[in-house]
Design a protein around this ligand. Structure first.
Ligand code: SF4
Length: 368
């Protein structure tokens, strides 16, 4: 069922923005409270709600910070891909047991930064300073990119704005099949829609409220028919008793539905989490078993599978993908250079090299 808020909290300074007014007009039947600022009494009352209760409240605010920034995962210790994030939404109506947002967000409400146009204007000013540099920019860092678009209606605006930007590609990451707002847009080949994939048993046991594997792939096919490129993220890869058959079958199903030439890139990343997440997630999802694997603390403070498990999973899954789709750029997220050299015949020398490699399959670049 699409998300429907039980309450809307709106800051006074947000009321003048078009996106805010459109939401308030469409959700007149939802109890709405206007507040002075995020430090006001009403807001702090709602901030104290549990994670599940907080998600039922929609918080509309004007964002005054910098919403466009280098991916927070960027580090000199791992090979990064120069990805940029555009933070328009904080929190997500879907319920993945491993979701980092359960630990990370100060406020459990679903927050939308309604001053979208001024955020985008400042992003454009920034990327215009580097006209010869390609930017890959995603909105799926603090939420699912599509799960709330029936309310925010922000993606049509983003897609059509990016269509006019010569040096930027938008990536919308999702676990839904909510693609209706993208059909028929003038996207100019500048938007890639990406699905996170996992075997059916992991989706059913850990990715609650998301679309099934087949629904995700049907949505991808429909967007391909509409001229979009798609991408896939096998992230997090979860180690469980039947992981080999689970992932090899998932890859078969992927390529039974999607031809490699429509895929811009595929990423791989094994499950990692900050230690605090385990207790929170196990309390919220008592049936999950994914934190019971063989994890050790890594140098970045996150828990990761022991090296032999990580290496075996990455080797196997990349091998199955390579066999069917040797030409699709394949990358591992937040791994050291040594992992690249062991897994692949190439190892990008720098984040810029990795970025250039990921852009090789982009239609917009090939046609430029
Ligand atoms: S889709 Fe992403 S942001 Fe949403 S709950 Fe799942 S992991 Fe978290």
């Amino acid at each position: 069922m699409p998300y429907h808020p039980e309450k809307i909290l709106v800051e006074k300074s947000a009321l003048g923005y078009r996106f805010c007014q459109e939401i308030l007009n469409s959700y007149k039947s939802v109890p709405t409270e206007t507040i002075e600022s995020e430090n006001s009494r009403e807001s702090s009352k709602d901030s104290a709600l549990s994670l599940s209760q907080g998600k039922r409240v929609l918080y509309l605010k004007e964002f005054k910070g910098s919403a466009f920034k280098l991916c927070p995962g960027y580090s000199e210790n791992v090979l990064c891909c120069n990805y940029y994030v555009l933070d328009l939404v904080e929190n997500c109506p879907l319920e993945c047991s491993y979701c980092i947002l359960q630990v990370f967000l100060n406020r459990p409400l679903i927050t939308f930064h309604v001053n979208v146009e001024s955020i985008i204007e400042s992003m454009i000013r920034e990327i215009n300073q580097y006209p010869n540099r390609p930017f890959r920019i995603g909105t799926g860092e603090h939420s699912d990119s599509l799960a709330l678009d029936h309310i925010f209606r922000v993606n049509p605006y983003l897609v059509e704005t990016f269509a006019k930007l010569p040096n930027a590609t938008l990536e919308l990451k999702t676990k839904t099949a909510a693609i209706d707002s993208l059909i028929g847009l003038e996207h100019g080949g500048k938007t890639v829609v990406a699905w996170s994939l996992n075997p059916i048993e992991i989706i059913q046991g850990n990715e609650h409220k998301t679309a099934s594997l087949q629904q995700r792939l049907n949505a991808a096919s429909k967007l391909i028919d509409n001229g979009y490129q798609v991408a896939f993220h096998f992230d997090p890869l979860v180690h469980y008793p039947n992981w080999e058959s689970g992932y090899s079958e998932t890859i078969e199903v992927l390529f039974d539905n999607i031809r490699p030439e429509h895929i811009a890139w595929i990423s791989l990343g094994t499950l990692r989490y900050i230690p605090k997440l385990k207790q929170i997630a196990e309390e919220r999802f008592p049936k999950t078993a994914i934190f019971s694997g063989e994890f050790i603390p890594a140098t970045d403070g996150k828990m990761r599978y022991i090296k032999p498990i990580r290496r075996k999973m990455l080797e196997k899954v990349s091998g199955w993908i390579r066999k069917i789709a040797p030409g699709v750029p394949l990358y591992i997220c937040m791994e050291q250079r040594s992992a690249w050299s062991k897994l692949f015949s190439y190892c990008p020398a720098s984040p810029q090299d990795l970025e250039a490699y990921l852009n090789t399959n982009l239609n917009s670049d090939r046609n430029a």
